[in-house]
Design a binder for this molecule. Structure first.
Ligand SMILES: [Cu+2]
Length: 467
């Protein structure tokens, strides 16, 4: 926790007064006035119930144009799924279920929809090759083969991902399983299990979204914070353990989160539960990242804070709501990938290439397969950064972070990940298994999840071949 936050004291009102004046990195005003209670009830995306047909959980998503009131009474043009004013419904999958998702494109142009963090066949992954033309429907179907986790979905067309996500096209996916250690954790959606989709935005004077692609080191940082499309948000919760499913769905911003007047315990990373709960003072969340945290609101509520914005979300306790349990000491078993298990090494250099960004000296080329992975191999990928801030994401698999600048990761980063922050002059080493799906003809993507960098070339393609 930063020194400024430590000065705050425990009063719920005025929770962020100690950091008043720290605005967004673009020099904008503090989005959330710190000396008063939050003004707007947090939007909770609806849960989309599947239709069960022949043992398959079938979902229908429609991406299209919409409009949304971010809190000032004006309506900004947005993009969303299923006619929501912004974002899309939350999908809830069960491990081992067969799911089918029909995605209809009601936009006037081509798009795609990718299941970020999901271990699915390449042809169902929804990357840049899975084009959905205007008016057409694309169907992904697969079995859910991964444990409980928080994933998300968003468009992934080459060159337009930043603008589409910024405009609001994204949604959460919750995977549930029957892990007995987690049965009593908060899990009532929208009540004590809260989606928290962090996105910074910029507006024109007349209240429309002002999108800008910025290919500098940090990407485009926007001056206003929105949580589930809500500015200055509060939500009512039980007085006890509350689960926040944090998703950084921002174009480029890295958040430094803390909790005032409560405690924060991280229970899950991108790929699912950590081995055990990890108490934290600050949590770094890079673009594309998810984290599940338990916040204790039993002392009159709590406030989620960010270093740049101040108040992110006020949690107001209602003592009449039933409370769930705090996490047990062990949540999951994570078998470490050790050096003797590695079948192959690869190295990736992230940096500037040809006026944009690239990997290993090349910009993304849809017609070039950059890496071919043998099915069932365990690979160690070393990611080096010369300049800039990058959020390295690998599709399809979940990896373990072996080293950050030669050191093992801290316990909160010692679980399964699909996205990792790598900044100037850093080296991060990760290891992944490729033992679920192979397809010689359709590649998966690896890329920077700072969307400005992705859209200006910092992406490559790998395929898995065999067995
Ligand atoms: Cu980057």
């Amino acid at each position: 926790m930063s020194a400024a936050v430590l000065l705050l004291g425990s009063a719920l009102l005025g929770a962020a007064c100690g950091i008043a004046g720290i605005g967004g990195d673009d020099g904008g005003a503090l989005a959330n006035p710190p000396d008063t209670p939050a003004t707007t009830r947090l939007l909770i995306p609806e849960l989309l119930e599947p239709t069960m047909i022949d043992g398959v959980a079938r979902y229908h998503l429609t991406i299209g144009e919409s409009s949304h009131d971010f809190g000032d009474g004006r309506r900004a043009d947005t993009r969303s799924y299923n006619d929501a004013s912004i974002l899309g419904p939350t999908l809830r999958w069960n491990t081992d279920d067969f799911v089918a998702i029909d995605v209809t494109n009601n936009l006037p142009e081509t798009t795609t929809t990718h299941w970020h963090g999901a271990d699915v066949p390449a042809e169902d992954d929804g990357g840049p090759h899975s084009r959905i033309e205007a008016g057409q429907t694309w169907t992904a179907d697969f079995r859910v083969i991964q444990p409980a986790a928080t994933l998300w979905y968003h468009p992934h067309l080459m060159g337009t991902t930043a603008e589409e996500v910024f405009a609001g096209a994204a949604g959460l996916i919750i995977v549930d399983d029957d892990n007995p250690a987690t049965t009593d954790l908060p899990s009532t959606y929208g009540v004590d299990d809260i989606p928290v989709i962090l996105q910074d935005r910029e507006f024109t004077p007349d209240g429309q979204l002002a999108f800008e692609l910025d290919d500098d080191d940090n990407g485009d940082l926007n001056p206003e914070l929105t949580v589930n499309g809500t500015m200055d948000a509060y939500t009512t919760v039980p007085a006890g353990p509350v689960r926040l499913r944090l998703l950084n769905g921002s174009q480029a911003r890295v958040y430094e989160l803390s909790v005032d007047n409560g405690s924060m315990v991280k229970i899950a990373s991108d790929g699912g539960y950590l081995a055990g709960p990890v108490p934290l003072e600050t949590l770094t969340l890079a673009p594309g990242d998810r984290a599940e945290i338990i916040v204790d609101t039993s002392d009159g509520g709590a406030v989620l804070l960010d270093e740049a914005f101040g108040r992110v979300l006020e949690l107001r306790p209602d003592p009449t709501l039933p409370t769930a349990e705090h996490p047990p000491a062990q949540l999951a078993t994570i078998d470490p990938i050790t050096p003797d298990m590695i079948d192959r090494d690869r190295t990736f250099q992230l940096g500037e290439v040809g006026g944009g960004w690239g990997i290993n000296g090349q910009q993304m080329d849809m017609s070039r397969i950059d890496e071919t992975v043998d099915f069932d191999d365990i690979e160690r990928w070393t990611v080096n950064v010369g300049e800039g801030v990058h959020s390295f994401h690998i599709h399809q698999t979940q990896f373990q972070i072996l080293e950050v600048d030669g050191e093992p990761p801290p316990p909160e980063d010692a679980g399964w990940e699909d996205t990792v922050l790598v900044t100037d002059d850093q080296q991060v080493v990760v290891a992944a298994r490729f033992n679920t799906y192979a397809n010689p003809d359709v590649p998966y993507m690896f890329h920077c999840h700072i969307l400005d960098h992705e859209d200006t070339g910092m992406m490559g393609q790998f395929r898995v071949v065999g067995p």
